[in-house]
Design a protein around this ligand. Structure first.
Ligand code: ADP
Ligand code: NI
Length: 222
């Protein structure tokens, strides 16, 4: 951490997010933000050589106005982040780097590249993606699917590889398809060695979950 002012901004941001995202029911609640914040700090500690203030603020603000909850508009998030940051005396370059993280972080379809411009951004993106994997990832996927009125599974509706953000974000497929359309692909899209290592364990859990899901789907005593 750089100085007292940085610390104060981070504390105030934590308070703001806690107040505004508590109890959110789609998997984008304060605890998701807190996990991404903590994971980002841990990855940054392992990776080294980054500006921790940018990592922490990028992690805290990354879901401040997700396109999924603003009619698919991906300009609202970075705009809100910039407005939020403007109340503080932060140098322009740092501000820009934080806003850029919010701008670039989102997954846009398996066939769409999502490259982060900074090392700090790569770390926050890894943290966000790790929180979409493993046991928490399974829980969040069904919470999100339920909030959008999607069925759990329909064997007649096959997963697709989205090659445009527009196709990805307008999909209404059952939640199980999301594993094939995003979640199982995340392990190969992590940026850092630390993220990749942690991703392996979380990926294995999802494979295991799916195997059990299909066994139980068959509804036979085994
Ligand atoms: P991103 O913007 O990269 O999708 P978020 O941090 O906003 O990342 O979180 C996405 C979360 O929402 C993940 O846990 C993901 O599984 C869930 N989610 C997004 N789209 C869907 C979907 N179509 N079906 C089920 N879960 C989804
Ligand atoms: Ni997120």
């Amino acid at each position: 951490m750089k100085n007292n002012q940085d610390k104060e901004i981070i504390l105030a941001t934590e308070k703001y997010l806690k107040e505004n995202f508590a109890g959110e029911a789609t998997g984008h609640d304060w605890y998701h933000i807190r996990r991404v914040w903590n994971l980002s700090k841990s990855i940054a500690d392992e990776e080294g050589d980054v500006d921790m203030f940018i990592v922490e603020m990028g992690a805290l603000l990354h879901d401040i106005a997700d396109h999924k909850f603003h009619g698919g508009d991906e300009t609202v998030g970075p705009q809100r982040a910039a407005e939020y940051l403007n109340q503080y005396d932060i140098d322009e370059q740092s501000k820009q780097k934080i806003v850029q993280i919010v701008e670039e972080i989102s997954f846009k379809g398996l066939g769409v590249a999502t490259i982060m411009s900074t090392k700090e951004g790569e770390i926050v993106q890894d943290a966000d993606r790790l929180d979409a994997m493993g046991a928490i990832g399974v829980a969040r996927a069904f919470a999100y699917g339920g909030s959008k009125g999607r069925p759990i599974y329909d064997p007649l509706i096959k997963p697709v590889c989205h090659t445009s953000f527009a196709a990805y974000k307008t999909s209404t497929a059952p939640t199980l398809n999301h594993f094939y359309e995003k979640l199982l692909g995340l392990k190969d899209r992590l940026n850092t060695d630390t993220g990749r290592k942690e991703g392996e364990r979380r990926h294995a859990f999802m494979e295991d979950f799916l195997q059990n899901f299909y066994r139980d789907w068959d509804a036979r005593i085994q």
